[in-house]
Design a protein around this ligand. Sequence first.
Ligand SMILES: Nc1nc2c(ncn2[C@@H]2O[C@H](COP(=O)(O)OP(=O)(O)OP(=O)(O)O)[C@@H](O)[C@H]2O)c(=O)[nH]1
Ligand SMILES: [Mg+2]
Length: 250
Amino acid sequence: MIQLTIIKITGYGPWTLTLGSDREHRLQMLQASLYKEIQNLFSQKNCLAFPNRFDEIFVISNGLSVDDHIEIQKQLVKLFELGLSMSIGQGNTPFEASSNADKARRSNTSLSKDHNIFGLQLQKDTDLVQIIHMDVDGSTSVSAKKSPYEVSSLIIKLYSEMSEFFLQRNSLAFFMGGDNFMIISSDFNKDEITKFLEIVKQKYDISFNCGIGTAKTGRDAAKLATQSLDKIRELRDSGKKDTRILETTC
Ligand SMILES: Nc1nc2c(ncn2[C@@H]2O[C@H](COP(=O)(O)OP(=O)(O)OP(=O)(O)O)[C@@H](O)[C@H]2O)c(=O)[nH]1
Ligand SMILES: [Mg+2]
């Protein structure tokens, strides 16, 4: 069982119109600072936030109670003029958890009316979280042959391929910057990841390295996934072994 919280700006569309048409720079600054504060406040509680669309952020919130969410919501209210809704969902897969969160908000199923928090009654015993940290092998040499925007275009194609492949397996992929992606994954076997790597190699001539981390919280799972990824690089650079997928469990 995984727990996700989806944070969304409320009434954003109508509010943007009140700013007039010279607004884009202000919206960009607002979205960036919102993401920063949400990552800051949730990571202090061992969660990890993922940039989704810029007005909506996903958080792996395993272990967090409604009161914890209220505490964060109170801090955010002090910092931003705009309101935020938090929708909490639990499920056997990341996709199911995200759908349950969304359903609760749409059906107005509230956990705290005063603080705009939606969700069904939370079960305390959430299990382990699994994150796959995927990173392009040797992206520096790939980039050297292309212009910066051509690199971005390739990254978008890889992201699209990844999002579709893993969504079919009830997992959620996010672009984290540079050549880095993280997938909040269901506990599927490595053969599935190998299949994805083969597709990407065949279609784009790109190799990914995949570090997998499993732990009780989002932050710990990400730490272990990145640790696995760094280990893959270490093995590669020492010439000992060429591994593409490596797993570390808490
Ligand atoms: N989000 C995120 N970005 C990172 C991380 N490490 C590196 N980056 C970004 O990824 C870019 C590419 O770095 P690398 O992946 O180390 O470069 P590379 O040439 O692909 O080298 P290898 O991955 O070791 O094959 C960097 O410029 C950073 O922008 C990370 O842990 N997380
Ligand atoms: Mg890389």
